[in-house]
Design a protein around this ligand. Structure first.
Ligand code: SIN
Length: 538
């Protein structure tokens, strides 16, 4: 492929990547966008729930902050969260300026309520098509502004020297070797890793590639044990695991087990509107108890007109399976949904490698702590995307503080063997079975052994060989399992049956590093909560 023109290289075309490209272009930069898929394919497109911002007359950023901190189970970075809630209204104004058609009532933006939000502060567009509307608006604007786009092109490697990224390897689909280019600033906006799990609400592009590439280059990666599971995706053998937004429960739908019994009041005082991890585990327990493969979302108490108006996309999807939510129970099951951890960044989107920035789901800003508040992810991509643009315009040195506990993960050198659908299925099954909703030490050790074994077979043989996407997926899976084994407690989205409670000594972030990471990544800028525990490299 022809090397992209000089200017920042932005990898990923969800809300964060598109927004950085648009704002960069508006402010005089010449960004290049690359995506391993088509321009329109990203997790953003499938976001139904909405985007949170304290813009209602009875709301304030301080209340949004309180809810975000409460959801995060003791691990929210308060500074980052304050930035999120205070800058959110301005970023919404940007979306309005760019033409996102938010739903309105009597001329005012309509605000919905979701679980764990103390106020109505969720904006929607097209009912349950918020992500799609945002993505289409931003994509059209990026094209209008003449942003250079390379589709079907993936970032496979970053080479850093003396703590600065110097070269990147871009590989076009179907090409073997790829093209090395001198790196100017690189912005990772590659999204999450949900589709590494057998059951996932994410599109197939969400494979954790950005995390694997950054980790291999020596970047600090944090909080990978916190994979958020969504309680309700559509369940039918052979059908896609299509998201059934939490907003349906927000409107009053109930959850029933295979025997038709409502069960959530037995698990939490907030019943169907309990925190996502509680609802997810309750569903899993009910499925085991009743030996059923799903539970049911019962929206039959809601008026048909209301369901059609508020959830038009979901209603159309269900009609394809001859289901009418005002009459029929919707079969649902939990699925992997959101990667809370990722490439560790400071408040300006700077990673531990100079010249490498990250925003959106791939970045670990600390705003979500151990459990993300619903609808805080799209807004995170915008708020920290804007800050990344500021860094692109006026670069300054900085980077994330080192976490108080670090684990060195040695990447076994591989034989570079070909991998295909069997290896992908292996990763997805092992993650689902052993690193899923409920984890335990023995299962996590089994998973690590399997990922290491797979890795030795398929990882690239030489330091400059292009890893295949499946080798990157195996590395991302290994990082999730390694972090989950190290965190010997249950907190937020991470649940261990052998350590079922939160432990005060674990109120800390967990960082993962390669043994030869640049010194900037390993340097501790904050006093550790206690002496660092040595953890044997894998
Ligand atoms: C949902 O609509 O239930 C998902 C929204 C989110 O994950 O923020």
């Amino acid at each position: 492929m022809a090397p992209p023109s000089a200017g920042p290289l932005i990898v990923g075309t969800g809300i964060a990547g598109l927004y950085v490209a648009i704002r960069g272009r508006e402010l005089g930069l010449r960004p290049t966008l690359v995506t391993k898929s088509a321009l329109e394919e990203s997790n953003t497109r499938y976001a139904q729930g909405g985007i949170a911002a304290a813009i209602g007359p009875d709301d304030r950023p301080a209340l949004h902050l309180k809810d975000t901190i409460r959801a995060g189970a003791g691990l929210v970075d308060r500074g980052a969260a304050r930035i999120l809630v205070e800058e959110a209204p301005r970023r919404i104004a940007d979306l309005v300026r760019l033409g996102v058609p938010f739903d309105t009532v009597e001329g005012q933006i309509a605000l919905g309520r979701e679980a764990a939000h103390s106020r109505s502060r969720i904006l929607h567009a097209g009912g349950d098509a918020t992500g799609l509307q945002i993505e289409e608006t931003l994509r059209a604007r990026a094209i209008e502004l003449g942003v250079e786009v390379h589709e079907r092109t993936s970032l496979r490697r970053i080479v850093a020297e003396a703590g600065r990224s110097v070269r990147v390897l871009l590989v076009r689909e179907g090409e073997r070797g790829g093209t090395w280019i001198e790196a100017g600033p690189v912005v990772l906006a590659t999204g999450g890793a949900g589709s590494l799990y057998r059951d996932s609400s994410n599109p197939s592009v969400a494979t954790g590639e950005g995390v694997a590439v950054a980790f291999r280059a020596g970047a600090l990666v944090t909080d990978m044990e916190f994979i958020q599971f969504h309680p309700t995706v559509f369940y039918r053998e052979g059908a896609p695991r299509y998201l059934m937004t939490e907003a349906i429960r927000g409107e009053g739908a109930l959850l029933r087990n295979g025997r038709g019994e409502r069960f959530m009041p037995n698990y939490h005082p907030d019943a169907e509107l309990a925190p996502r991890d509680v609802v997810t585990r309750a569903i899993r327990t009910e499925m085991e108890r009743t030996r059923e493969r799903c539970v049911y979302l019962d929206a039959t108490g809601l008026p048909r007109d209301r369901l059609l108006a508020r959830f038009p996309t979901i209603s159309r999807f269900l009609a394809g399976y001859a289901l009418d939510p005002s009459r029929d129970m919707i079969p649902v099951t939990p699925a992997a949904h959101f990667m809370i951890g990722g490439v560790s960044t400071d408040h300006e989107g700077r990673s531990s490698i100079r010249g490498l920035l990250a925003c959106g789901e791939v970045a670990a800003t600390g705003v979500h702590g151990a459990n993300r508040l619903a609808s805080n992810s799209l807004i995170e991509g915008l708020v920290f995307g804007e800050r990344v643009v500021r860094q692109l315009l006026h670069p300054a040195s900085g980077g994330p503080a080192a976490p108080s506990q670090r684990v060195m993960v040695r990447e076994a050198s591989g034989a570079g063997a070909e991998a295909g659908p069997e290896e992908v299925a292996e990763i997805r099954d092992v993650l689902w079975n052993e690193v899923g909703i409920v984890r335990s030490g023995p299962g996590l050790r089994r998973a690590i052994r399997q990922f290491e074994h797979l890795h030795r077979r398929i990882a690239p043989a030489g330091p400059e060989d292009p890893p295949t996407p499946i080798a990157n997926a195996a590395l991302a899976a290994l990082l999730i399992a390694r972090a989950a084994l190290t965190r010997e407690e249950s907190r937020g989205a991470h649940y261990r049956s052998d350590f079922p409670r939160a432990r005060p000594e674990w109120r800390r972030h967990l960082g993962l590093l390669r043994p030869s990471a640049p010194p900037s990544a390993a340097r501790s800028r904050s006093r550790p909560a206690r002496a660092r525990k040595a953890v044997r490299p894998t």
